[in-house]
Design a protein around this ligand. Structure first.
Ligand code: NAP
Ligand code: MG
Length: 751
């Protein structure tokens, strides 16, 4: 299947040693990599493929910004820039694990850890006081939020469950919490004044260089210069009305109080690093209004910024003479206002504590599969109002709740599957996440003008409104439409373009889609997101598959939503990025870096991270090389890994959640055992078969003792020597506890 989307790639001369680049990232996938990478390296040597690594973890990205402040041995290469160049070449073959999209509190924690380790990196200046601090803040801006993926994703996205994964999930359905017909849970969004309502868009008639300007009574200020626009690219802009947003939050809090359900805010303050922390801050100020009104001066003196959440507020008031008064007000509000949903009721962490704790794409499906319920401060499950202010995407979750009311609990044993083809090439539609998002400094007007001074788009706003502009290049859009058509042709599944004619940018896109469909003689339905979601649910309830062809944000949200509803997790997805220039990137699953799992590892040395995404990515990456380079040995490995992965699924070797039972490391061992046996049994390459035969025998005969070596290591607290920067030696010894297995891997590596 992957071949079809990667066709047209010229072959490279034989004998060339190929290289796969494997990223080193953060949290759970970084830990899993200590165990899995030596295994992958050892096997791939047998196809003359070198596995190189590239460290794009949050800590490495911070260090790469400040070489001048670091000792020589502390300096790191700017791996992200290097990869950014690589992905634009046809040689690119990249395996990408999820990384932290850092919020400001996470960035500050990482800086603190690095400073504690002797790295002289500067503090993050919240409000820069001089040019030096401004320069530091600018460097940190490059590290914050979704800084990695837009650089690497130089192609559109193709995410789906493989047949083996889907049939495994149907045979072993995860436990769904029944949805009760009298559930009071619902999704709320703004009736007016949100990003959806204020959107304007234009199809650029000819290439130009534009500026974003803010005008008010005192004159005009250029906010962004040198904005390169290509012919036929879609430029759109919109804003969120801050006053209406605050009013909306207050109404929702009152309504939750009256209905006796939880208030629960769902945003994406990580990826939408400029807009969403501000949206989050207004919710904090609305919920704790009395604190901000009564103690406003004291909070400003302490430098409390509501956008960083209640957690920062509580820690900053520690040194305040008014601490007791503020705390008593805090507890009073929690007692008398609407109940608030909890991230961790044992630790008193609320939905409003940290902006990056609740991330809509993972948090909403988790709520939906839990009978649409969340937890209150006693840890009791309750119905909730899921507050998602902007209706652009909130309606998809509303559709799921409507469907649950109408058709009852979803049954993963019989559900079909919704795959996704998502627009993202050339930084398409990076909403709210970057350099074209601004907060209005005054009442005034945001204007985008082209090189001739003609106005492309303009928006009158009030002080504090949140403005954002976006681009989508024509070739990226065209490639995305073609990829959608291709997936529909290959699978025969019903495809739907999720586009809303009521949105200005989507209206232009609909014209482009219709034109292209006509050129290609194809007929694919176009539906607004809510209707598309209802139709997709209807199809999968009937056991059929559907393809969602969507913009960038829905790509992100849907590849969590449907996999989580169907498979219980987005970790089991195959995620391919066929690059515009002929290379490919294979992402490992569609989920994130699962921070909660690190806590469990540290506490009891059990890692529940599922590496199926890594296995699928490695298999697809091998297949890509096999095809691209006519590398027959890569094909042998790809086929054997495919069969090993199926066996691994059939035998339920995914990690358990419980300490003492098989975890991530043991699961790597089983995959290796099945992989060696599949290599021993194949007949396409007899020397590979002969090499692996005795190893397969050995692994099988020692499997009980090796498994015991792995599992006996569990149950004790461990020290990784850091969180954002692990101590490599400590992490490696924790993640590779079986001496017998390590010896066999070394033997495979020696080849
Ligand atoms: P998440 O990491 O996907 O975590 C949500 C939950 O999904 C986890 O707590 C875990 O459940 C489960 N999960 C995800 N992947 C798993 C795997 N491979 N094996 C087992 N369970 C898995 O989402 P998040 O909490 O919204 O985001 C966490 C961090 O990841 C953030 O910093 C975010 O910015 C980043 N992120 C990165 C990417 C990327 O680089 N491509 C994508 C998404 C998010 P349990 O805890 O119940 O085990
Ligand atoms: Mg996501």
């Amino acid at each position: 299947m992957i071949f079809a989307i990667l066709k047209g790639i010229k072959s490279i001369p034989k004998g060339y040693i190929m290289k796969i680049t494997y990223t080193l990232t953060d949290e759970s996938p970084a830990l899993a990599t200590y165990s899995f990478l030596p295994i992958a390296k050892a096997f791939l040597r047998h196809a003359n493929i070198e596995v190189a690594t590239s460290d794009i973890s949050l800590s490495a990205r911070i260090l790469a910004q400040f070489p001048e402040r670091l000792k020589q041995e502390q300096q790191v290469e700017d791996a992200l820039s290097i990869l950014g160049d690589l992905v634009k070449t046809k040689e690119a073959n990249l395996i990408k694990t999820p990384n932290i999209s850092a919020s400001i509190p996470q960035l500050k924690a990482a800086i603190k850890e690095l400073q504690g380790k002797g790295y002289d990196v500067p503090n993050f200046p919240d409000e820069p006081q001089n040019d030096t601090e401004k320069a530091i803040k600018e460097k940190y801006q490059k590290v914050l939020g979704s800084a990695v993926n837009p650089v690497l994703r130089q192609g559109n996205s193709d995410r789906r469950s493989t047949k083996a994964v889907k049939s495994y999930a149907q045979k072993n359905p995860y436990r769904v919490v029944p949805f009760s017909a009298d559930s009071k849970s619902y999704v709320s969004y703004m009736k007016e004044g949100d990003f959806f309502d204020n959107e304007k868009a234009v199809l650029i008639p000819s290439a130009t260089t534009a500026k974003i300007i803010f005008r008010d009574s005192s004159g005009e200020k250029v906010l962004k210069e040198g904005l390169k626009l290509e012919q036929n690219e879609i430029l759109d802009a919109t804003f969120m009305d801050a006053q209406k947003l605050s009013r909306f939050y207050e109404e929702q809090i009152t309504s939750c109080k009256n209905k006796g359900i939880l208030f629960s805010l769902h945003l994406k303050a990580t990826m939408m690093k400029v807009s969403d922390p501000v949206l989050f801050g207004y919710a904090v100020k609305a919920y704790f209004k009395e604190i901000f009104e009564s103690f406003g001066d004291e909070l400003s003196r302490l430098g409390v910024n509501a956008n960083n959440g209640v957690s920062e507020l509580l820690s900053k008031i520690e040194s305040s003479p008014k601490k007791a008064e503020i705390l008593s007000k805090y507890n009073e509000i929690l007692e008398k206002s609407a109940k608030i949903s909890m991230v961790n009721s044992d630790k008193g962490i609320t939905n409003l504590h940290v902006p990056s704790d609740v991330i809509v794409d993972a948090s909403m499906p988790a709520m939906l599969k839990n009978g649409a319920r969340l937890w209150d401060k006693e840890g009791k499950e309750c119905d909730a109002n899921a507050v998602i202010p902007d209706k652009t995407y909130a309606t998809i979750y509303e559709a799921v709740i409507e469907d649950l009311h109408k058709n009852g609990t979803l049954n993963p044993a019989t559900l079909g599957s919704v795959s996704n083809v998502g627009l993202m090439a050339r930084k398409a539609q990076e909403y709210g996440s970057h350099d074209k998002t601004f907060i209005a400094p005054n009442d005034g007007e945001f204007v985008i003008v082209d090189a001739n001074g003609s106005v492309l788009l303009s928006h009158k706003v009030r002080k504090n409104d949140i403005y954002r502009a976006n681009q989508a290049k024509f070739d990226a859009v065209q490639n995305w439409i073609d990829l959608g058509i291709e997936r529909a042709d290959i699978t025969g599944d019903k495809a739907i373009f999720w586009l809303d004619a009521k949105r200005a940018s989507n209206k232009i896109m609909i014209d482009l889609v219709q034109k292209r469909l006509k050129e290609k003689g194809k007929n694919i339905e176009i539906l607004a997101p809510k209707e598309a979601c209802l139709e997709s649910l209807r199809l999968i309830r009937a056991g059929k598959n559907a393809i969602s062809i969507t913009g960038n944000v829905l790509r992100d949200y849907l590849t969590d939503l449907f996999p989580i509803l169907e498979l219980g997790t987005s970790a089991k997805m195959l995620s391919v990025v066929p690059m515009l220039n002929g290379g490919a990137m294979f992402e490992t699953g569609a989920g994130g870096s699962a921070p909660k799992q690190v806590e469990q590892l540290v506490g009891e040395n059990h890692l529940r991270w599922d590496s199926l995404g890594e296995f699928l990515a490695l298999q697809a990456s091998l297949e890509f090389y096999a095809q691209k380079q006519n590398n027959a040995k890569a094909k042998v490995l790809a086929d054997a890994l495919d069969s090993a992965t199926s066996q691994w699924l059939d035998n339920n070797k995914a990690p358990s959640r419980k300490v003492g039972e098989d975890d991530n490391r043991t699961s790597h061992f089983y995959l290796s055992m099945y992989f060696t046996r599949a290599l021993a049994n194949q007949s396409a390459d007899t020397s590979i078969a002969a090499f692996f035969k005795p190893i397969a025998d050995e692994l099988e005969s020692k499997q009980d003792s090796i498994r015991a070596e792995f599992n006996n290591a569990q149950g004790k607290a461990v020290d990784l020597g850091g969180y954002y920067k692990f101590d490599d030696n400590k992490a490696e010894s924790i993640m590779r506890p079986s001496k017998s297995f390590n010896t066999i891997i070394e033997q495979i590596a020696r080849g």
